[in-house]
Design a protein around this ligand. Structure first.
Ligand code: AMO
Length: 466
């Protein structure tokens, strides 16, 4: 449990009172929260109060709180914010029928004072405790209310945990967190999907990826770096897994190959899943309680074993051909093809060794090893889960002459990349890295069917607000 220091508004959180329980019985506390519901007419009233840490019942009696205050609370609208002063008490245990076991003790606050902080409008644009299914657009338009729903709140708690466990794992492997600029002058992932902007009098772009800068940090001797930051793509894709702004979880490391950084990735994902399984079952349970009301299969956190399977590009093409699909060496592997691979490898699996032709200019080739048609293979890889790509990565080209040749062969002007290529002219360690889509990983963990569910305020083709 976190250390919840008292604030000007409250002495305790609701979660803290429920957790400390008996220790606080008889103590005077001040609490705040949203009024989820109120019950009781006449001389008494029960309020279900909710804050960001839990829920608690507040019990009000006219003769202690005053008839005027009692009436005020009884007429209060749902989701209004209230502050109560009162004493912690143990709730009377429920009468048990034969054979029933007693539930754990529950606590409540017997109120002596109430203060209305804000009164909520009626009707609410969406219900907080209703189990009726609400359209994603309505939810996103009213995200501030959607977030008050227990399973949505649990989802974003898990998101924070995934980032925390990922960070902590990389730190144990010697990685340091960096921040790279998001206003850039040249593209790293191809020029067509850039958002242009004016940087004073100079045209510039929003960054598609920290790619070139994380490499420069490693060329600068930082050895192992990571960044969790936004990436912007002006793509026209309008699918369940594409956004125009997403959080990319990137690493870059010196003296490593593609295989080495695949190792970092699988160890990190293993650590995330293991930590969630050990510490966050309560959030998974909340999501499952909701899923059951929607007749969706409950999710479970199955810690994946490492190493993850590796299916070379060539082998993947063969598998797809064997399944009767028309695909040839050099073609992209699309989602329906991924279904064929996922039928055999349903969990996380790497797809290494793509044709050089299909990978960005910064990817290293595989010396002396060619694909079935004699074309050059690369040290670029993807990590997939089921039909969805989670990560791209690879070993990087560290020979500046080859790098400039790669740029030219992609129709790019090496001079425009001199801020980057210069970094290779004064001693360059071989290095490798990857970029992981955080929202896609969250989709896997939480069983979401749309990446928008796992992003607070998604940006897509049709949405730039709220
Ligand atoms: P790539 O372009 O494949 O690689 O992106 C890395 C990962 O980011 C996620 N991703 C997206 N998520 C949501 N919406 C999008 N439009 C979107 N585009 C990408 C995916 C993807 O696997 N510089 C390289 C990484 C590297 O080599 O280190 C890069 O950006 O999960």
């Amino acid at each position: 449990m976190a250390d919840w220091y008292p604030t000007a508004y409250r002495t305790h959180t609701l979660g803290e009172i429920q957790e400390k329980g008996i220790e606080l019985v008889g103590t005077e506390v001040t609490v705040c929260g949203f009024m989820e519901a109120n019950r009781g007419k006449g001389a008494i009233c029960f309020v279900d109060l909710r804050d960001g840490t839990g829920k608690l019942q507040v019990f009000l009696k006219g003769d202690t709180i005053g008839d005027e205050n009692l009436d005020l609370v009884q007429r209060m609208t749902r989701e209004s914010t209230l502050q109560f002063k009162g004493t912690v008490a143990q709730k009377r245990p429920p009468k048990l029928k034969e054979g029933e076991t007693a539930p754990p003790p529950a606590y409540e606050i017997v109120a002596s004072e109430v203060n209305v902080l804000t009164r909520a409008n009626v009707p609410l644009p969406l219900g907080i405790t209703d189990t009726v299914s609400i359209g994603l657009d309505t939810r996103l338009d009213n995200r501030f209310l959607d977030l008050r729903r227990a399973h949505v709140n649990a989802m974003f708690t898990l998101r924070a945990r995934v980032l925390q466990y990922g960070r902590e794992h990389l730190i144990t492997e010697g990685f340091k967190e960096i921040n790279t600029p998001k206003i850039i002058a040249s593209a790293s992932e191809g020029g067509t999907n850039l958002f242009p902007m004016m940087y004073f009098d100079t045209p510039a772009f929003l960054s598609q990826s920290p790619q070139l800068y994380k490499q420069l940090a490693v060329l600068g001797g930082m050895e192992r770096v990571f960044e969790i930051g936004p990436a912007f793509r002006a793509e026209n894709h309008d699918t369940y897994r594409h956004l125009n702004e997403f959080i990319s979880f990137d690493i870059e490391a010196a003296w490593m190959t593609d295989e080495d950084v695949m190792g970092v990735q699988e160890r990190m994902i293993h650590h995330i899943w293991k930590s969630v399984a050990e510490h966050d079952q309560e959030h998974i349970d909340i999501i499952n309680e909701y899923r059951i009301t929607q007749e969706l299969e409950p999710i479970s956190v199955d810690v994946p074993s490492v190493p993850f399977p590796r299916i070379d590009y060539c082998e993947a093409i063969q598998m797809i051909q064997d399944a009767g699909e028309t695909i040839k060496w050099g073609d992209d592997i699309d989602s329906s093809h991924c279904d064929i691979i996922a039928a055999k490898y349903p969990g996380f699996h790497f797809l290494p060794r793509w044709p050089m032709e299909m990978k960005p200019f910064y990817i290293h080739h595989v010396p002396g090893e060619n694909g079935v048609t004699g074309e050059q293979l690369s040290r670029g890889f993807d990590l997939n889960y089921g039909r969805d790509e989670m990560t791209s990565g690879g070993q990087r080209e560290h020979n500046v002459d080859v790098l400039e040749e790669n740029l030219r062969s992609k129709g790019l002007n090496p001079e425009e990349f001199s801020f980057y290529t210069d970094g290779f002219r004064f001693g360059a360690p071989p290095h490798a890295g990857w970029g992981l889509g955080v929202a896609r990983l969250l989709m896997v963990l939480t069983g979401s069917r749309n990446v928008r569910e796992t992003v607070l305020f998604p940006r897509d083709r049709h949405r730039v607000t709220p």
